[in-house]
Design a binder for this molecule. Structure first.
Ligand code: AVJ
Length: 374
């Protein structure tokens, strides 16, 4: 029965692959021979890659001009950055990953039960290594649910590795989409509606990545996701909760210095991709909890007065001693804010799952029909 199911999906995935998706044929064939399951990795086209470099150059030239320098956080996640972030998740001070995993381990049967369809599409925004997602996917498997998994991530390398290992380890169908969040979710939806695998969706946004957004942006982002949801679809989001600042400060200043390397990697990326001349030793990582704004701020601080040349832009950028580049925010939430953000986005907070210490919250949303009618 299940086998038949798998073959049926595989047929559909193949159709999707040939119709709309560029496949990485070798990987697909290898995986299929081993497990009888499909894997489709969408490749980025070369022009897209070049355009990404142009965007990066533009954002760097704007972000490093003048005072109050800053760079968009997403540039931290190139393949080296994504690997370093995986290391951060293993640091003893960095509680969010472990805590969220423990919540998932405890509540995944309940979450799976809430999705009463036998077959579901799981779409994950910013999937990275999908380590925590595996807990859920294994639960679905144990309950004999059929799953097609759509991991979406901006790091092609990690996405690819993960897709292969998930297909072989769990024997599930994976359609990997290397893209930014909103493009990726739209693409996944297009594939789902075109092929009708499987119309019922579970959308995942784990790891408190939502904390990267300004609260206003977060609400707009949720509205965008809500637009892609139909009745019966479920959205599961991980929120890191406001807590004692010593614990927060420690989580972003690990003793092994991995977070510092993660932050400084951004300068190395500029050196590599835009032929910059940053001396990484002349900058330092700082991260602190801004209690008023309820966010961790991460900066790179210049240790001395310096002028840095970036060849791609053919420009010099001036840094005074002590001046910083603001590289990331990580907002911390409380229950009220989570409810408010749902209300403002046309979502209903259906359930919430927390650890005993209330460090982290997995919030489960469904779409609010009334909101749509308004
Ligand atoms: C990936 C945004 C969830 O904010 O905790 C961790 C990123 N930066 N340490 C977070 C991060 C430095 C992380 N998120």
């Amino acid at each position: 029965m299940l086998d038949l199911g798998a073959r049926r999906i595989e047929g559909r995935i193949n159709r999707v692959a040939t119709e709309t998706v560029q496949t990485n044929a070798r990987v697909v064939r290898n995986v299929k021979r081993r497990e009888g399951h499909g894997l489709v990795v969408q490749n980025r086209k070369q022009e897209v890659t070049r355009e990404l470099a142009r965007h990066f150059a533009f954002d760097v030239s704007v972000g490093l001009r003048g005072k109050r320098k800053s760079l968009p956080f997403r540039y931290l996640y190139d393949s080296a950055g994504s690997k370093l972030f995986e290391q951060i998740c293993l640091q003893p001070e960095y509680y969010p990953t472990r805590t969220e995993a423990s919540i998932l381990a405890k509540f995944s049967p309940m979450i799976a039960q809430l999705l009463n369809n036998r077959a579901i599409s799981v779409i994950e925004l910013g999937s990275g290594k999908s380590t925590k997602t595996k807990i859920l996917l294994e639960q679905f498997k144990a309950m004999a649910k059929e799953v097609v998994y759509f991991p979406i991530d901006i790091s092609d390398a990690i996405l690819h590795e993960t897709a292969v290992s998930l297909t072989t380890e769990l024997g599930i169908n994976v359609i990997a989409i290397p893209a930014e969040y909103s493009k990726g979710i739209k693409k996944a939806n297009k594939i789902i509606s075109k092929s009708r695998i499987f119309p019922r969706k579970l959308i995942l946004f784990l790891g408190s990545s939502i904390g990267n957004f300004e609260p206003r942006e977060a609400a707009a982002f949720l509205r965008m996701i809500r637009e892609t949801m139909k009745e019966g679809d479920v959205l599961l989001i991980g929120f890191d909760l406001h807590k004692d600042r010593r614990m927060l400060d420690a989580a972003y200043n690990d003793k092994n210095g991995i977070t510092a390397r993660f932050n400084l990697n951004l300068l190395e990326r500029i050196n590599m991709e835009l032929q910059g001349q940053f001396d990484v030793d002349k900058f330092a990582h700082i991260a602190f909890y801004n209690e008023k704004l309820r966010r961790i701020e991460m900066h790179l601080v210049s240790k001395e007065d310096q002028n840095i040349y970036i060849a791609y832009l053919d420009k010099f950028f001036h840094f005074e001693r002590g001046e910083t580049i603001h590289t990331e925010n990580s907002y911390k939430y409380d229950m009220h804010q989570i409810k408010d953000i749902a209300k403002g986005s046309g979502l209903i907070l259906k359930d919430r799952f927390m650890d005993e210490k209330k460090w982290f919250c997995l919030a489960l949303f469904i779409q609010d029909d009334c909101y749509q009618k308004r």
